[in-house]
Ligand binder design. Sequence first.
Ligand code: URA
Length: 282
Amino acid sequence: MEVRLQKIIAGTGLSSRRKAEQLIASGHVTVNGKVVTELGTKVDPERDHVKVDGKHLTNIQPFVYLMLNKPKNVMSTLDDPGGRTTVKDFLHGVSVRVFPVGRLDFDSEGLMLLTNNGDLAQALLHPRYHVPKTYLIKVKGVLTDDEIADLQRGVKLEDGMTSPATVKKIKKAEANSWVEITIHEGRKHQVKRMLETVGHPVIKLTRVKMGPLTLGGLTSGEFRFLTDREANALREVVEQRRTLEQEGKDPGVRPPRPKRREGWAKPAKTKRYSPKKARRVA
Ligand code: URA
């Protein structure tokens, strides 16, 4: 069966469909030894030999992306010299070596992205890219509207002011309460330090969103492979920002201007995961 060239390239996990089109248009792709720059070109993957930068598509190691719901009291690294449980202990049956994209504190929980795509991991972690991360947090006491406004504008930490954040009050729980914070930075213990600054120490912290990814119904300690749509959305984030950078524009998506909010809000929508759409690569 004949398939569009960009679809075959993107299907290997090498790039998004958009990037595959750029690779074709700029002459990086050959079909049966001939450079093909026509985007509409259809090929038969069983019969035709497609190469990207001289590498046969079948020799390209597919990129693997997975999401783990890290439990509390687990290291977010792959190894721990102290012998504590690490995220690796939860990746049963994953034969490809994947690396965590960023960290969560030992006592924090939630969404961790792991991949063998080193370039993408590096780009997502780069402070210039401002990939938003959303945390659902139980804090001591109840934040006042002024404290929320301070957190949204930015508070002074020992390593400098924080950039604008989004803060929503979610619900009150006796002497404590739940808030949701979205930040566009990734400093060490940042959310805990921000809340400490306004006098509300963190009791529980769960990352529920990272860029286009949401934790959804994944239970603690469970992992799943990203769907093609999710993996493409991640690649799009990086590619769009790289393009802006190449055009000499600031790739940082400006954090939204803090709005003053009164009252309680609904937590971030987390789409339910569809196992049918998940791509098992490893
Ligand atoms: N901010 C923190 O303080 N801890 C985390 O684990 C993540 C963000």
